[in-house]
Design a protein around this ligand. Structure first.
Ligand code: ACO
Length: 402
């Protein structure tokens, strides 16, 4: 591996690969995707097994440290994360500086970036201990920040984290508890929330993770780099697709309107795409979408929500699209975002919170990849080349002669 790296560094030729469709930017031992088979492994463990047998904080440990922890080690890790869930009291002022109608992702980009102004003891990336604290702080505080962004947007008082609750239950409590009103987290809802976190935990070199890696390759502090990842995730071609997908399903409204939307998605003169469909790497089913679809059925059933019209439209849209040669030939299948919004809506979240929830989940992927990269002695600053297609050299023309 080292020799290949040196060889490339010295080469005076370069590859031209817009969108990095076939260029590896790094080597990694964290996540493996076989797009043709529709396989996703974290440290070797299949995502469907992790989604059904494990839980989010255990998956966090696995991604960060590479092995499944013993019960005692896991308990210690969970306690560490729980102890970091509060944010600095001064940070409350940041939220209050935003407009109430700001998108929670906009608020999160700002507040997470601002963490570097508060946690000076975890910004020295040369210090392994500081790096460790930064990863713990980010995993622990991200739900608090997302929940506060939500509470601020709906004009309710902030709810402080509770150490007696699980990671998912604490997040739900911070979002939905209201002072002076009884609120108990439904264990079914907490389990569904945890599964959504787990399914989004990492996905190798996607756009936001690559952004985090590129930003940190300059030696920037971890909070600034994660803020860059959040900004990238927001786009509708990436994490913003979950919000866009549910909005699209609602817009379709009834199964009889599906053919109209499928026709629009196929029309090359229409920019419309089926949101939650297609993936750069998966040319087969996204295994996360398979689990998410089952989970949507289970959660709605357990919550007693019968005949959910959005789920019916989603299933029928999937069926019709998969029978259509356009989607079949281009290998376009539902991705993780296709069914997640239906579960999140059933839990009670507005669509504007879907992408912030993705950001909470993906934080562990970002920090695991960041940690791996910083610890690599061969780490180099990311500096893509370009194919210049502009003017050749020419003489400056004085303004009176133009
Ligand atoms: N609906 C209709 N046509 C599509 C769709 C779609 N959702 N996705 C891709 N296509 C078509 C493109 O028009 C293109 O057709 P062409 O070959 O005739 O030009 C072909 O399929 C290939 O598409 P590209 O955009 O080149 O594929 P790319 O790998 O660059 O994009 C992406 C992948 C961004 C996910 C794309 O499929 C898309 O925009 N999907 C909708 C948004 C979405 O769901 N994003 C979430 C991705 S998963 C995640 O980030 C969690």
């Amino acid at each position: 591996v080292l020799d290949i790296r040196k060889l490339y560094a010295q080469a005076d030729v370069f590859t031209y690969d817009p969108g990095f469709t076939s260029t590896a930017s790094c080597d990694s031992t964290i996540t493996f995707i076989d797009g043709a088979k529709g396989e996703l492994l974290h440290r070797g463990y299949p995502i469907d097994q992790l989604a059904s047998k494990s839980h989010y904080l255990e998956v966090c440990f696995l991604l960060l440290y590479g092995y499944l922890p013993s019960a005692a080690v896991l308990e210690k890790f969970e306690t560490t994360i729980t102890r970091h869930t509060m944010i600095h009291e001064q940070m409350h002022y940041f939220f209050r500086g935003f407009r109430r109608d700001a998108h929670p992702m906009a608020t999160m980009v700002g507040v997470v970036g601002a963490m570097s102004a508060f946690y000076h003891d975890s910004t020295d990336i040369a210090d392994e201990m500081q790096r460790e604290i930064a990863t713990h702080r980010l995993i622990a505080k991200m739900p608090t920040i997302a929940a506060m962004a939500y509470k601020y947007s709906v004009g309710q008082p902030f709810v402080y984290p509770r150490n007696d609750l699980s990671y998912a239950a604490n997040f739900l409590n911070m979002c939905f508890a209201v002072p002076a009103e009884e609120y108990h987290v439904d264990p079914i809802v907490a389990r569904a929330m945890d599964r959504i976190f787990t399914l989004h935990a990492d996905h190798e070199q996607n756009a936001s993770t690559s952004t985090v890696r590129l930003a940190s390759s300059s030696g920037a502090n971890p909070f600034a780099c994660i803020a860059a990842g959040i900004a990238c995730l927001w786009g509708p071609a990436h994490g913003g697709a979950n919000q866009a997908c549910l909005e699209m399903l609602k817009q379709i409204g009834t199964p009889d309107r599906i053919p109209e939307y499928i026709a629009r998605a196929k029309d090359k003169d229409d920019p419309f795409r089926l949101m939650g469909f297609g993936h750069r790497v998966y040319k087969n089913f996204d295994p996360r979408a398979t689990v998410m679809k089952q989970s949507a059925d289970e959660v709605l059933d357990l919550l007693g929500i019968e005949d959910n019209p959005t789920l019916q439209v989603a299933k029928e849209l999937e069926r019709q699209a998969l029978e259509d040669p356009y989607f079949h030939d281009k290998k376009l299948f539902p991705n993780v975002d296709f069914y997640s919004g239906i579960i999140l809506e059933a839990i009670g979240f507005p669509t504007s919170m879907f992408t912030p929830i993705f950001a909470v989940s993906r934080t562990v992927g970002w920090v695991s990849q960041w940690k791996e990269m910083i610890a690599d002695p061969q780490n180099k600053i990311g500096r893509p080349r370009q194919l210049y297609l502009g003017e050749t050299e020419r003489d400056y023309v004085d303004i009176e002669n133009r």
